[in-house]
Design a protein around this ligand. Structure first.
Ligand code: PEP
Ligand code: MG
Length: 329
């Protein structure tokens, strides 16, 4: 590690598998040494992912990507087809929280059933909730299917909208979710404008979830699909951490939860930093749960907060990471 100690994450995979670490095992519930609860959730996008998530001990799902249901469809799937497809993913999570994200089409997620017009900059065009706004019927049918699948499965389902930029969009989405009979509705924070207005966002929604993949892309004007600009999309970038801090502060003021569901949550040290910035839950690839859970179980909330402040105060991602690791001990 950057503190001069060899860590499991620095070792080749074959060594890592057999090495012992000083970190305690993850008990199945995210918790710091001083008992602060952090829900450890999985990102899923298919029934197979859902099974892997339960096997990995996820406390629930922080991001259910629903695009799989539409991927090969040349016509919009019927409400009944959607209901069955969602229920198959929700089934293993009876009694557990699952955040279902409504259709996030466009840009890196083109879908054949939408014959949308070609755009010069798809990442900046009609995508995510903007598309739902023009295809309101499609959103309402999806919300109805989600509500029905939630009842079928017994999962504690909430919904969230992707690519929200304004408070008005957030309010519009929450209204439609409530009309569909879904009690809890939130938005992803993945556009800088949404992070900068987090205080007002929280007044309109029940929760938010940071999508660090897109939030990095839009903060740095760096396409997430272009390897040449990957350094700009490094989730340790202090500018990204400062935006997360703004949202975390607003969450505390409102007493409403901020989650994180981008790839950043899967990096154990960064996960601790995000907890220090105010994250109440972290959602990640199931494969990352055990390592992140063990790391969080080995630090106090106070250390997470110190590490978060230290990392956010730096001017580059390498220094941010070094500062955080030193503070985490
Ligand atoms: C994100 O943007 O960080 C995110 C979690 O959503 P997706 O990767 O599906 O765009
Ligand atoms: Mg996204």
């Amino acid at each position: 590690g950057d503190n001069g100690l060899v860590e499991a994450s620095d070792l080749p995979v074959e060594v890592r598998a057999t090495s012992t670490t000083a970190e305690p095992d993850w008990s199945g519930e995210g918790r710091t040494t001083d008992g602060y609860r952090v829900k450890l959730l999985a990102n899923v996008g298919s029934p197979d992912d859902a099974r892997a998530a339960t096997e990995a001990g996820a406390e629930g799902v922080g991001l259910f990507r629903t695009e799989f249901c539409y991927l090969s469809a040349t016509e919009e799937p019927s409400e009944d087809e959607q209901r069955a497809a969602y229920a198959a993913v929700l089934a293993p999570f009876a009694g557990k929280p699952v955040v279902v994200r409504t259709l996030d089409a466009g840009a890196d997620k083109p879908l054949p059933f939408l014959d949308t017009e070609a755009e010069p900059n798809p990442a900046l065009g009609v995508r995510g909730i903007r598309l739902s706004h023009t295809l309101t019927g499609t959103l309402d049918r999806q919300l109805a299917a989600i509500a029905a699948a939630a009842a079928d499965s017994g999962a504690e389902v909430s919904v969230m909208a992707p690519m929200v930029a304004t408070v008005e969009e957030a309010g519009w989405f929450v209204e439609r979710a409530r009309a569909a009979g879904i009690a809890r509705a939130g938005v992803m924070i993945e556009v800088p404008a949404a992070a900068l207005t987090a205080r007002e966002m929280f007044a309109a929604v029940d929760f938010v979830s940071l999508g660090t993949n897109d939030l990095a892309q839009y903060t740095f004007a760096a396409d997430r699909q272009v390897g040449a600009v990957a350094t700009l999309n490094d989730p340790w970038q202090p500018a990204l951490l400062r935006l997360a801090a703004l949202v975390g502060q607003a969450a505390t003021e409102h007493g409403k939860p901020m989650g994180v569901c981008g790839e950043a949550a899967a990096d154990p040290a960064l996960a601790c930093v995000l907890v220090g910035l105010g994250a109440a839950s972290l959602s990640m690839n199931s494969a990352a749960l055990a390592r992140v859970g063990a790391r969080i179980a080995a630090v106090s909330l106070d250390r997470c907060q110190t590490a978060a402040q230290a990392a956010a105060a730096t001017a580059d991602p390498v220094t941010a990471r070094t500062a955080a690791k030193a503070a985490l001990g």
